[in-house]
Structures are given as structure tokens and as C-alpha cells.
Design a protein around this ligand. Sequence first.
Ligand code: ZN
Length: 203
Amino acid sequence: MPLDILAIGAHPDDIELGCGGSLAKLARDGARVHALVLSRGGRGCHDGADRSGESHRALQQLGALHVQQCDFPDTCFPACRNELIATIERACAAVAPQRVYTMCGQDHHQDHRTVHECSIIACRGVGQVLCYESPSTLPQFAPQVFEDISAQLEQKILALREHASQGERQYMQESHLRCHAQFRGQQIGIGPCEGFLAHRMVL
Ligand SMILES: [Zn+2]
């Protein structure tokens, strides 16, 4: 049976930046990757940008089988906790994932922290819950789990180019994406990596 994977993000681009290489690797190996994007990211762009379309295309390039786009209000997630928990619970029930990727709680952004807290509650029955970093993750983020994405880094960079409305952001620059992956890999002496905090890891 192929693995079912659920990746959860607050805004378009969170999933791709935090675990896009890992998802591409899982999809390559036959996993069914499902993405849950909880807002359309209206605060992070000029009027008219289709951030959810950008994210949809990027996630499909990374091998996602299914993308569920929700419309929670960008920057106001703390006021929507119960609805967020219910939405993530429904996604968990529909996908029955063996592993969840969600946002980590060590983050400046209130939406990211709220997604972390709500995921931990909603995914209480999932054996593997890994928390990925974002551009606003705090410096103390110290990953315990690493995925070697040497063979997926180019695919991740190409997929992130779909986010044309975010193209000027420093963390979207190709040089930054490469350096960050190399930094994570260097922490354990291998090639480019993504790093995660393990909330729960049943082997
Ligand atoms: Zn975000």
C-alpha cells in the first residue's frame, strides 16, 4: 500500500518552502501526497495576485496528488482556532495519513504558530508528525530529523518559481534556497537537506 502523506500550511508557499523537497521525494517513491493550504495569503501580495493558483501549480510540480485550498483570513488565524482544528480533523479523516508535515511552533507569525497548535490537536491519531520551518521561524529552531534532498533541490527551486507574486522576497531567491538547504545538510555533514522537529515519530 502506498503511503498517504498530509502536508499542512497556513499560506500559499509555506508547504513548498518547508518540506517541498521531502514531498517530491515521497511522491517519487510512490506516496500519495495531499496538501491542505489554509488561506489564500491575501496580505502577502499586491491586489490581484493569484497566490492560491501559484501554490497549486507549485505543489503539483512537487508531485502532490490533491490540493485542498481553504479561505481562512490571512493573519487572523488565532481567532479561528476551533474552525481550524475542525478543518484539519476532517482532512485527517479523509486522507488517513501515516505522516503529517505541519508548521513548527517556534515562529514569529501568529498564523504559523496557530497552525502548529491546531495540527497537534487535530492530528493526535497520526503516528508521525513532523514540523517544518518557515522564513519566520525563530533562530532556536534545531531540527532533529533531516531529509536529504540532493536529488530534489532543483525541482524545489523550479516549483518555487511559480510564486511569481513573491519573487522579490529575499527568501525566494535561488541563492538563498540553495544556501539554506546546504546549511541544513552541513549540520549533519551531508548534502542539501530539509530539517524538521519531530512532534511524534512512531517507527
Ligand atoms: Zn506563511
